[in-house]
Design a protein around this ligand. Structure first.
Ligand code: NAI
Length: 401
């Protein structure tokens, strides 16, 4: 979702690939819905050819604009997926302006760390339309091209404005020095960082991290502690197979090394306006944001039921259970249950046995499969969808890799 590529912006013709003049009238509802229909048709046609379309898009971009190549990572594998996911997400919410705008603003802010500038957007937009038109051969026509031009213009305008607004208050990225590096298991490290300037975030959020060993390769990690008075940040990192960044962080990083951090993102934060109970499911290193949220609730001082289920493959993988148990000792209204996988019993079985959870707010963090099945289990147990929170499952594919 964080391709330093997508939407465009210039002062081109209204129906071309460009940025709508700042004060231009918004398209009518009818036109917006018609555009949405045409965009969805294109997306449906190219879905089975997604890899080819994105490869062709980047080939066009780098041939036409070689000066943009340094903004992207040397190996483009994950990058390709991100562009497509960003487009799919935008297409999915195209009729839901508040959700779409919120998503695009986050995307625009996140692009600042790549060095994306307003003048890059038209170049990207023209190549995107070039790639779509080459593959969506059944649905592409002048009306579809015009619809893409308008939608892309709106998307790029939202992203550019969000980046400009953000630029007035925050840096595009933060440098952060490794202060401690604690190898808790052969492949899990708990790493503490000191950012070079204040880094405001909420427990439950996550950030992109770039290491000095893999420039321009960014991966997401959730904060493992609530905001601290000393400003330090903590991450839990598991070195996963073929995970360049995670391997570097676990096996190479030492105190004194400096990484870069993108802005905090994510909406899985605790609502302190209610005193409902919290049901928290953490799988493996997915326990990180759960721990941060539990710490925040404890600091907040409200005595509300907090029920944590920590799923792990084996005892070693309960690498942070002691911290959770200390929290429980200090705050008896917190309950912590560890669940080691067994053939006949998994994390969700323990959750099922522990209810009822109807009146709880539920938070899930862990592997995508755990989140998907966890949501179904909780809904079957009567927890309404609006009370179930987790990070976007697509982002988790690259969280921690
Ligand atoms: N904000 C978030 O949601 C975060 C997600 N993660 C993700 O969490 C994962 C952690 O990786 P590992 O520590 O290797 O986890 P893992 O693969 O060892 O799984 C940990 C535990 O999760 C549960 N689990 C896993 N798959 C399940 C399924 N399909 N159904 C039910 N329960 C399941 C089991 O209890 C398992 O022991 C990574 O995929 C990482 O991207 C990590 C940090 C934050």
């Amino acid at each position: 979702m964080e391709a330093p590529a997508t939407p465009s912006g210039d002062d081109g013709p209204a129906d071309g690939v460009g940025r709508r003049p700042r004060h231009a009238a918004a398209p009518s509802r009818a036109r917006a819905s018609w555009d949405a229909l045409l965009i969805r048709r294109t997306m449906a046609e190219i879905a089975p050819l997604a890899d080819k379309v994105t490869s062709y898009f980047y080939a066009l971009l780098f041939v036409r604009h070689p000066e943009l190549r340094p903004l992207f990572p040397p190996a483009m594998d994950t990058q390709r997926d991100r562009l497509l996911r960003a487009l799919l997400t935008a297409a999915e919410h195209i009729d839901n302006a508040p959700v779409l705008v919120d998503y695009l603003r986050t995307l625009g802010r996140g692009h600042r760390k790549y060095g994306t500038r307003p003048e890059h957007y038209p170049a990207v937009g023209a190549c995107l339309i070039g790639a779509l038109s080459a593959y969506a051969t059944h649905t592409w026509n002048p009306q579809t091209e015009a619809a893409w031009g308008r939608v892309y213009a709106t998307i790029s305008q939202v992203m550019i404005e969000a980046a400009e607004t953000d630029g007035r208050a925050t840096p595009p990225w933060w440098h952060a020095e490794v202060v401690t590096h604690d190898l808790r298991t052969p492949d899990v490290a708990v790493i503490t960082l000191r950012p070079d300037q204040p880094y405001p975030f909420l427990a439950g959020q996550y950030a992109s991290v770039e290491t000095p060993w893999w420039p321009r390769v960014w991966r997401h990690y959730s904060f493992a502690s609530a905001p601290r008075a000393d400003g330090l940040l903590t991450f839990h990192v598991r070195a996963v197979p073929a995970g360049w960044v995670s391997h570097a962080l676990v096996h190479r990083a030492c105190p004194g090394d400096v990484v870069r951090l993108g802005p905090p993102v994510g909406s899985m934060s605790v609502d302190h306006a209610t005193d409902s109970g919290l049901l928290c499911l953490g799988g493996g290193t997915g326990i990180a944001p759960i721990k941060a949220m539990v710490e925040e609730v404890a600091e907040y001082g409200a005595r509300r039921p907090v029920e944590v289920f920590f799923g792990a493959r084996n005892d070693h993988d309960l690498y942070d259970i002691d911290t959770l148990l200390r929290l429980r000792q200090a705050h008896p209204w917190i309950s912590v249950r560890s669940v080691i996988d067994r053939e006949d019993r998994h994390l969700h079985d323990a959750v099922r046995a522990g209810g009822p959870w109807r009146d709880y707010d539920a938070y899930l963090s862990g592997p995508p499969g755990m989140i998907r099945s966890g949501v179904s289990v909780l809904q079957a147990l009567g927890v309404p969808a609006r009370r179930i929170r987790h990070d976007p499952v697509d982002d988790l594919v690259v969280i921690g890799s």
